[in-house]
Structure formats: C-alpha cells, structure tokens
Design a binder for this molecule. Structure first.
Ligand SMILES: [Zn+2]
Ligand SMILES: [Zn+2]
Ligand SMILES: [Zn+2]
Ligand SMILES: [Zn+2]
Length: 375
C-alpha cells in the first residue's frame, strides 16, 4: 500500500511536470527508440532517467503485446500513445507481480509510442519486449502463425491459446470435490447467458473464490451471511470461458470441500423457474435492522437465502448537521466505537479510490493538454 501511494504521488508530479516541461511531445517522441515485433530493449533507469519512449510502426492490423522484466521488487509501468499523443492503453502491475503486460490494438501503417517508466525514482534495469499479442484459433495465432506449445500455463492453469488446461471443468448442475494444498481452478463455459451461483460446503476451511474472464479479474466472494462458505453469484455470458480460482482464505491450509455450480434460479412448487437477484449487505440505520447479503426471488418477492438480521444499524447523518437523520440523536462518535472504526476504514478506502482515479485522469489530461498547448 505504501509503495502504491508513493507511486501515486509520483504520478501527480509526473502529470504536472508534463505540463511545464520545456520540451514538446514531438521532442519526447523524437528520442523514442524504434523497436520491431519480436525485439527487446534494455533500459537502465536511474533517479534522473525514469522514463523512456519506444516507437513502433505497425505493418499490419493486429494486437501487440508490450511487457517488462525487471529485477527485484521495482515497479515499471507503460503508457501507449498514438501518433497524435492520445493515450490508448496503460498497464502497471500484472498478476505476475510488478512487471506489466500491456496488449493494444494497432492499425496497419500507423505509428505508436510506448512510454516505459519506473516508479519511485528507483534504479533498475528493465528489459522491455514487443511481441505479437496472439489471437489463437485452434492453437495457431491468426496474426503471426505461431503454433502454441501449450507450455506456459499461467496461475489460472490455462494456456493463452485456450487449449491446455490443468484445472477442472465444471458445468451447471455439477458438484465437485476439491482438495489439495494449492488453489484449484474451475473452468466454466456457460451454454446460456445468465446468473450462476457457485457455492462451497466447507467445514474446516474458509473458502474464498475469485472469478476471472481470460486473465482479467472480475469479482470475488468470501463469507456469505454468518457462514464462512461463499455463495458466489455472478452474471455470465454464454460461450465465454470463466475461471473460478478457489482457495482457502489463509492460503496455507489444505483445502477439502465440495463446490456446486447452478443456475441462479428459484424453482417454485409448480416447477417454474424464477430469476434470482443478489443483494449486498444492507447497513440499515438506528431505526432499521441491518441485513447480511441475500439472494432474492423477484417473482416471489422474498429472500430465498441469506438476508439475516444483523442487529440495528447505526445513526446516519447524511446532511452533516451533527444529528442523526432518523432519530435526531447527536452524533457522538465515542458512543459508537464500531461505527467510528468502520467509517474511518471506508472513508480511507474511498479516499484512496478517489485519489487513484483523480491522478490517473491527471496524468492523461496533463499529457493531452500539453500536446494541445504545443500544437
Ligand atoms: Zn501471434
Ligand atoms: Zn497453448
Ligand atoms: Zn420464486
Ligand atoms: Zn438515529
């Protein structure tokens, strides 16, 4: 977290420095080193030189991948611009760590500039590779003709070509026993678009599950209601490969439990299937109970699962007059230590989110503004 914050702070400095730098975007791009697909370049970043540009001219319309290999725990990032200086892609950390993998679409004949930088004014050697972004059909890349050897299985235990998979395929209606000392990956390709529920039935584990589409993280589930098991409600698209990454919360305990996948429907007494909704934790207020997460049937207008009473909620003061909007009580935080801690935590999380999005915007805008100014 600290490292991230430093990175963010440096990002804003970077955004402002772009606004006042005495050189033009063309000058920055002029220093770019031209690289072709399949080539690598080594950058030695120092306190003074923490950014470099790569130029790439596309000779066909395709997906390109730019990735970094950096020693130690240093943190490179990249931003891709078109020839007008408009940013089209950005990548920082990937699931493999601080190194980035950035895929972007290019058009035949167009020129692109890739900014590679290092956060935190660190000193490090970064090897940057430019390669085909590969789109496989039957194990052969549509762009470069590469025949996938299915050896590089990522943490989702799947090959990028979609062929090799060392996890477990699961279908709607299946119950699968999973065990072992590592996370288990379940692959699910829905036949129908809709909501699905994956649930665990552990007795001696605290199961956690993340869901990915390709390698893109979508959502996670941990405890449902008062139970350590998850009830993972997810809207999924037909024909797409989803990966449920199931493990124990501690990541150290051996896992041993069943998971069951089903369509998120409520089967009524007459056999009709009613659609279900997932409702988040309801915080309530001083006059109203809080409720745990729940699964709600829209046809029956009732909760099928979860939605357990969790005691009265807290006083709420949305209009900031230091009085509860519901009962008029004075907001004396000392009387409600639980509220204080929770509010501070959520406030801090909210602030960090705001800061990240603000700074990301600033970097982008700083650069575009700058390009506009010098034009
Ligand atoms: Zn390829
Ligand atoms: Zn493969
Ligand atoms: Zn129903
Ligand atoms: Zn109140």
């Amino acid at each position: 977290m600290t490292k991230k914050l430093i990175s963010i702070t440096l990002s804003i400095l970077l955004a402002f420095s772009l606004l006042v730098l005495p050189v033009s975007a063309e000058d920055l791009f002029d220093d770019a080193v031209e690289l072709a697909l399949g080539e690598k370049i080594t950058f030695d970043f120092t306190y003074d030189v923490f950014e470099k540009y790569i130029k790439f001219v596309a000779d066909k319309t395709m997906t390109v991948s730019v990735s970094s290999e950096t020693a130690d725990e240093t943190d490179p990032y990249c931003m891709v611009y078109d020839a007008d200086g408009v940013d089209i892609a950005y990548a920082d950390d990937s699931y493999t760590g601080y190194d980035f993998i950035c895929k972007f679409e290019v058009t035949e004949g167009e020129t692109y500039y890739i900014l590679v930088g290092l956060y935190n004014f660190e000193t490090a050697t970064t090897v940057v590779s430019l390669a085909c972004g590969h789109a496989y059909t039957d194990g052969i890349c549509d762009y470069c003709g590469n025949v996938c050897d299915h050896t590089e299985l990522g943490f989702l235990k799947t090959c990028e070509c979609g062929y090799a998979f060392e996890g477990i395929d699961i279908d709607s209606g299946d119950t699968i026993h999973i065990s072992g000392s590592d996370a288990v990956v379940l692959r699910f390709v829905p036949e129908e678009t809709g909501a699905y529920i994956l649930r665990s039935d552990a007795e001696n584990n605290d199961p956690v599950c993340e869901i990915f589409c390709g390698t893109e993280y979508i959502d996670f589930a941990d405890d449902f209601g008062y139970d350590l098991n998850f009830v993972f409600f997810a809207e999924l698209e037909a024909g797409v490969s989803y990966y449920y990454y199931v493990h124990d919360y501690s990541d150290e305990d051996e896992i041993s439990f069943n998971v069951t996948l089903s369509k998120a429907v409520h089967t009524a007494e007459d056999g009709a299937e009613h659609p279900l909704e997932y409702h988040d934790y309801y915080w309530g207020n001083c006059q109203e109970n809080a409720y745990t997460e729940g699964i709600y049937c829209t046809e029956c207008s009732e909760y099928i699962e979860g939605h357990l009473e969790d005691g009265y909620g807290w006083h709420k003061d949305y209009d900031d007059d230091a009085k509860c909007d519901f009962c008029g009580a004075e907001m004396i935080y000392e009387d409600y230590p639980e509220m204080e801690i929770n509010e501070i935590v959520s406030l801090v999380i909210e602030m960090i989110r705001e800061i990240i999005s603000l700074f990301e915007d600033l970097i982008n805008r700083g650069f575009e503004l700058f390009v506009d100014i010098i034009k």
